[in-house]
Structures are given as C-alpha cells and as structure tokens.
Design a protein around this ligand. Structure first.
Ligand SMILES: Nc1ncnc2c1ncn2[C@@H]1O[C@H](COP(=O)(O)OP(=O)(O)OP(=O)(O)O)[C@@H](O)[C@H]1O
Ligand SMILES: [Mg+2]
Length: 249
C-alpha cells in the first residue's frame, strides 16, 4: 500500500475571526481504525465536516485515495468512497429502518425510473442483509424515530455502509449510548472493518472505546493537533494526559 488513504495538509477553517481548525496535518492509513480525540470544542466535528465536504477549508488541502478532494461537494466525495455518519442523527425519522437503508442504496445507484416499484423489489434483500450485519433485523419494519438510540446509531452505520464506502467516518458513534449499546457499537465497528476491509476514522470521548479499538490516535485541542501516533504511544503522552486532566499544558 503506497501512501495514506486520506491525507490532510495544513487544513484550517475559520468562522469569522475564530479558528476552529488550525493547520491540521492528518494521515489515515488504508485499513486502519483511526481515532480523533480531544475536549469539547477541539474542532473534531468541524474537521469531519471539512473531510466530507459539508464545509470548505479556509486553507490547506485534502486528498482521498491520491485524489485532491479539497472543496469538492459532499456527494462527489461520497461517490469516491467516503461514507459517513454524524454526531447528530441524519436518518429519515418516519421511514422504517429498512426504508432508510433502501433509500441509501437507491442514492448509490442513482436510478430514478419507475422509482416506487423498483425501490421495493430491487433493494429489499440487500437492505435486509445490511440490517442483519449491524444487528438490526428485528427492527426492519420499525420507523427510525421509534428505534432506541443505540439502534438508530447502528442504523446510521448500515445507511453509511449502503453506499459501499472505502472509508467510514463516524462522529462520536457511541454518544449518548448505554454501556451495553456502546459495547455493541465497538463490536460492530471491529467486525465491519475486518469483513469489508474498511478504513474507519472516528471521533470519540469514551477512552475505553478509543484505546480498545484504535490503531492510531490523533489528539486535537483548540483546533490543533497536539499529539498523533500509535494508540499505545498516545496513551502514554503527558501532554495528552494534561488535556484530559484539565490543566493548561
Ligand atoms: N458553523 C460554525 N460557526 C461558528 N463556530 C463554529 C461553527 N461550527 C463550529 N464552531 C465552533 O468551532 C469550535 C469547534 O467545534 P466542533 O464542533 O468542531 O468541536 P468538537 O471537537 O466536535 O466538540 P465536541 O466534542 O463537543 O463534539 C467550537 O468552538 C464551535 O463553537
Ligand atoms: Mg463534535
């Protein structure tokens, strides 16, 4: 494998005078599970929005699979194989779990003719298979809004997988989850990575999750990268510990 799958160089994003992301360099190796951690407001979600094209960087460049995707639109980036799931849920609340996945499959195929009929016969089994993989078969006919929080997040992963991404971006996949649901999400991320040869980039506050599954960890504070390396090395980094213990440096 030559070069990282995702490569950020000196990426910044300003909102007025405020610098939310400040000169970030990031290399994500193909096939790795890579965590971005840092205190609230560190710039993690903003960084993810820059990667997925929801926001444009003020400066810097982003390459995915060797191709410059800086400033490209979200759907163009998604088509190149960057799937995503957000800190804030992005499901269609009234559609069933199955229909949410079917909608994502349709988007991938981008086919519009005879939509209603085609939607149901051609996407059903693939969608069920995806629900099965994230452990949601039982909830297939349940509207997304009626699923438990943990099941909604699992459904989001199924929706992201429906686009057949090469990289999955998960912004706080375990936010608001019970310990049981967290355990299930960790198991799910590990399993899909090995089954699909996916690269996973995720942000996370739960350090047990981070150091339980990550190969590499990047630490952000106030928009900057303050540490980056193999998980073990970052865990032993004093500057990182200082950030999490609440001291200044
Ligand atoms: N659209 C925006 N306009 C102005 N400021 C913004 C905007 N988006 C984010 N910010 C600011 O940028 C900073 C970084 O926010 P961001 O959401 O990226 O942090 P985060 O690391 O994801 O935090 P959390 O762990 O709480 O999710 C915050 O101070 C936030 O208020
Ligand atoms: Mg965030």
């Amino acid at each position: 494998m030559s070069g990282p799958l995702l490569e950020l160089r000196d990426v910044s994003r300003r909102f007025g005078a405020f610098v939310a992301v400040d000169g970030v360099d990031l290399d994500v190796a193909a096939g790795s599970i890579h965590a971005v951690i840092g205190p609230n407001g560190a710039g993690k979600s903003t960084l993810f929005r820059l990667i997925t094209g929801i926001l444009r960087p003020s400066e810097g460049s982003i390459r995915f699979s060797g191709e410059d995707i800086t400033g490209r639109r979200t759907h163009a980036i998604a088509r190149r194989g960057l799937g995503q799931s957000f800190q804030i849920t992005s499901l269609f609340p009234r559609l069933t779990a199955l229909e949410n996945v079917q909608a994502a499959i349709v988007t991938r195929r981008r086919r519009a003719s005879d939509f209603a009929t085609w939607f149901h016969w051609s996407t059903g089994s693939e969608a069920l298979d995806l629900l099965n993989r994230v452990g949601l078969t039982g909830g297939a006919a349940t509207p997304a809004q009626a699923l438990s929080h943990g099941d909604q997040r699992a459904l989001e992963v199924a929706v992201a997988l429906a686009t057949r991404p090469r990289m999955l971006l998960l912004d706080e996949p375990t936010a608001g989850m019970s310990p049981f649901e967290t355990e299930r999400m960790v198991e799910l991320v590990g399993r899909i990575r090995s089954e699909e040869e996916l690269t996973v980039l995720f942000s996370e506050h739960d350090m047990d999750v981070v150091f339980g599954i990550s190969d590499r960890v990047t630490v952000m504070a106030e928009g900057r990268v303050i540490a980056d390396g193999p998980a073990q090395q970052v865990r032993d980094d004093e500057a990182v510990m200082a950030v999490y213990l609440g001291s200044d440096e």
